[in-house]
Write a protein that binds this ligand. Structure first.
Ligand code: ATP
Ligand code: NCN
Length: 194
């Protein structure tokens, strides 16, 4: 079985995330995509993020109609920074017959050389990447570049969770930028200044 693992802060999940996952699903092709909300994203330690209960519930709502998408809680119970190396190692041990692909946007491709134990991560996964308007790519070291496959002719968006949070805080609509169910959840729970 070919499984895409898609880690993120998802604060909140938006259509850019869903488009990336769907395109990876079709392009590789994958059997499933597992969305993996980070408990403590390693490079956002100094930022305030929404409690994981809310972030996880919004992911569940966003993916509920897609049978190929599911949620993994693997990082939620772990203490300390949610390092991807720990996740891919645990998944490889638990599911020895699965082939794992790590889904990332272009900003994260740029960041890969700085990830904790990146060489070890790349022993377990192939990286599937989607461009992100506004992210200028720099040449990667050859060993990392060899592990990255770009989604060709992909539909790219400059949507971000930051944009969603700012729009909600300003009282602007985020309809069609996030699934309706996520919009509703944010309102009901007064997230991001609603
Ligand atoms: N519009 C997008 N296009 C391509 N990849 C994206 C897009 N938005 C998010 N991603 C990717 O999704 C993963 C999780 O990202 P994250 O949850 O931090 O979302 P974000 O929109 O980048 O959030 P924030 O604006 O809060 O930093 C990362 O690999 C990121 O590159
Ligand atoms: O393991 C690392 O060193 C590492 C460094 C930066 C980001 N990540 C992972 O990359 C994913 C996307 O990160 P983020 O913060 O943009 O949502 C998420 O699963 C993070 O845990 C992982």
């Amino acid at each position: 079985m070919k499984v895409g693992i898609f880690g993120g802060t998802f604060d909140p999940i938006h259509m850019g995330h869903l488009l990336l996952a769907q395109q990876a699903l079709e392009e590789v092709p994958l059997d499933h995509v597992w969305f993996i909300p980070a408990s403590e994203p390693p490079h956002k330690q100094d930022k305030q993020i929404t409690p994981s209960d809310h972030r996880v519930r919004m992911v569940e709502l966003a993916i509920e109609n897609n049978p190929a998408f599911c949620l993994s809680r693997i990082e939620l119970d772990r203490q300390g920074p949610s390092y991807t190396v720990d996740t891919v190692q645990e998944l490889a041990e638990t599911y020895p017959n699965h082939q794992f692909f790590l889904l990332v946007g272009a900003d994260m491709v740029k960041d890969l050389p700085h990830w904790y134990k990146i060489k070890k991560i790349l022993q377990f996964v192939q990286v599937i990447a989607l461009g992100r308007p506004g992210v200028d790519l720099e040449p990667l070291a050859a060993d990392i570049a060899a592990s990255v496959t770009w989604i060709s002719g992909g539909i790219e968006t400059n949507l971000s969770s930051t944009l969603i949070r700012h729009r909600v805080a300003q009282g602007k609509t985020v309809r069609y930028l996030v699934p309706d169910s996520v919009c509703q959840y944010m309102k009901e729970h007064g997230l991001y200044g609603t």
